[in-house]
Ligand binder design. Structure first.
Ligand code: NAD
Length: 513
């Protein structure tokens, strides 16, 4: 538990076991329901966290409403200054926070640190953005009239996040929302509450130093009940929800029924196409990182590899040489590339999916074992699997959040590969490996990939914060992070100003009386 102790000591958090108690406004004060948190890395109990009740939730929302009245009056560049300070604090805590992410969630340390770096980067991006929340001006058809549009803050942004990016996804939302003048209420995954509480400590100090109310950023530790309360709550004009498509459908429906706004970042079923013109060495690096990195628990993980029949056997043979040598082990140890799955339920889901796909006709080529013995006491370590399959198999059509790579053969032109790639319900990330410009441009064209992310000679996994992130179809259609994703956190207002002494009506209408 050294990562936990180190981080919590640095943050001055003392009491985490048996019941987390902070005296802050993040809920959990009235409830006796406690959830035990075990590290997937070593199976140790690392904390017991009180789960918030609906009354706790209500108290947090009321604090956030009060804080919004203050925050919206702060000029946007000054809000950016607060975000700059948050970014600096995150730089200070990068190492212990990255370790805690790795220990609580199970991703390897490099990725834990990378996740915190992403938070720092989005802070920098948001600081710049705080001076660029631009609307446009238009020419009025009426004399002595001026028209423009401007963007105003929305109010409370509810953020529901998934376990696999326990802190970065929150920061993508919260830092943009903050410069836009919104306040955020964050409901992290109930599987990763400690990293969320650590972030709240970091933020709380920055707000206190600047004599700002803590309700500008709140966190509430709870499960789907709290998420659902948020989705139904008219006091939350925007709900940004990251997680499974099953969750997104429920949240989208509840928010839609009250005509609120939702930003949905849901499951993916990402494919890499390797044409006969692929640089195979380069492609294999991307495929392996995409399929086994984060133990297959990224929304952008590579799930399907669509290979031209002329290179199929070669690619398959090379993958079967690489997989047995993947270092699987404690995510905090040097040299580990594949850490554990999040919990035993995930292990069961992984083995069940492999059984089911084999019943459908899939051929398991390698992997699929649950590891036991020294270093694997948590029971959450598995060997990544490769399965020869057909795109239409039921299991291939679904996202299994674990390291299973389906090999799918295609023949003929790239159009056939694109059809397979698009032939699933999800539409998050996609990529093509080819050095032939006709193929790569076809893939990026309006009849090419139907995903929110389409890459050439880069894998499906991982994205930079500068671009808008998200996907189509059952991935939910939301976009967050870079580009103009900030607009969803604001309401647009069109203004017309008459600086003449006449009142001409639009469209030349005469209305004389
Ligand atoms: P999950 O759907 O089980 O949970 C995600 C969050 O939703 C949690 O905070 C959970 O408490 C909450 N939740 C669950 N049911 C709810 C309901 N009915 N109402 C309101 N809130 C509810 O997902 P998970 O297992 O934590 O994460 C894995 C999934 O997340 C995968 O499908 C993955 O692809 C997806 N994901 C998507 C993105 C993206 O940006 N597209 C990023 C990360 C993860």
């Amino acid at each position: 538990a050294t990562a936990v102790t180190e981080m919590l000591e640095k943050l001055g958090i003392k009491e985490i076991n048996p019941a987390y108690s902070t005296g802050l406004n993040w809920g959990g004060q009235n409830n006796k329901e406690v959830r035990e948190i075990y590290s997937p890395a070593d199976g140790n109990l690392i904390a017991s966290v009180r789960m918030a009740t609906e009354e706790d939730y209500d108290a947090v929302i009321r604090k956030a409403e009060e804080a919004f009245k203050v925050w919206r009056t702060v000029p946007a560049p000054k809000r950016g200054e607060i975000v700059r300070q948050i970014g600096n604090k995150l730089r200070e805590f990068k190492e212990p926070l990255g370790k805690l992410v790795s220990y609580e969630m199970g991703k390897i340390l490099q990725e834990g640190l990378g996740e915190v770096q992403e938070m720092i980067d989005i802070c920098d991006f948001a600081v710049g953005l705080s001076r660029q929340l631009q609307g446009s001006t238009m020419h009025s058809e009426r004399a002595s009239h001026r028209m423009y549009d401007q963007y105003h803050p929305l109010g409370i942004v509810g953020v529901i996040s998934a376990f696999n990016f326990p802190v970065a996804v929150w920061s993508w939302n919260a830092m943009l929302a903050a410069v836009c003048g919104d306040v955020t209420v964050w409901k992290p995954s109930e599987k990763t509450p400690l990293t969320a509480l650590a972030c709240q400590h970091i933020i709380r100090d920055v707000l206190a130093d600047n004599e700002l109310p803590e309700g500008i950023f709140s966190v509430i530790i709870g499960d789907a009940k709290i998420g659902s309360a948020m989705a139904h709550d008219v006091r939350v004009p925007l709900v940004s929800a990251t997680g499974s498509t099953r969750m997104g459908k429920k949240v989208g429906e509840a928010v839609g029924a009250r005509l609120g706004k939702s930003l949905l970042e849901l499951g993916g079923n990402n494919a890499i196409i390797m044409t006969e013109n692929a640089d195979i060495e380069m492609a294999l690096r991307a495929v392996v990182f995409g399929a086994v990195g984060t133990c297959g628990q990224r929304c952008t993980s590579t799930r399907r590899l669509i290979i031209h029949d002329s290179i199929y056997n070669d690619v398959k043979a090379r993958l079967l040489k690489i997989y047995p040598n993947l270092p699987i082990g404690n995510p905090l140890s040097d040299g580990t590339l594949v850490g554990p799955l999040i919990d035993k339920d995930a292990v069961e889901m992984f083995t069940n999916a492999l059984d089911a796909v084999q019943k459908e006709g899939g051929k398991l080529l390698i992997g699929g074992e649950v590891l036991e013995g020294e270093g694997y006491e948590s029971g959450t370590y598995v060997t990544p699997a490769i399965v020869e399959a057909k795109n239409e198999y039921h299991l291939v059509q679904e996202e299994t959040f674990a390291p299973i790579l389906y090999l799918i053969k295609y023949s003929g032109s790239v159009e056939n590969a694109i059809e397979i790639q698009n032939g699933v319900k999800q539409g998050l990330s996609s990529s093509i490996f080819s050095t032939n410009m006709l193929e790569t441009e076809a893939f990026l064209s309006h009849w090419g990939s139907d995903c929110g992310i389409a890459n050439v000679n880069i894998g499906t996994s991982g994205a930079e914060i500068g671009g808008a992130f998200g996907g189509e179809k059952e991935t939910g259609g939301g976009r967050e992070s870079g580009s103009d994703a900030w607009k969803v956190y604001m309401r647009r207002q069109t203004n017309t100003i008459n600086f003449g002494r006449e009142l001409p009506l639009a469209q030349g209408i005469k209305f004389d009386f």
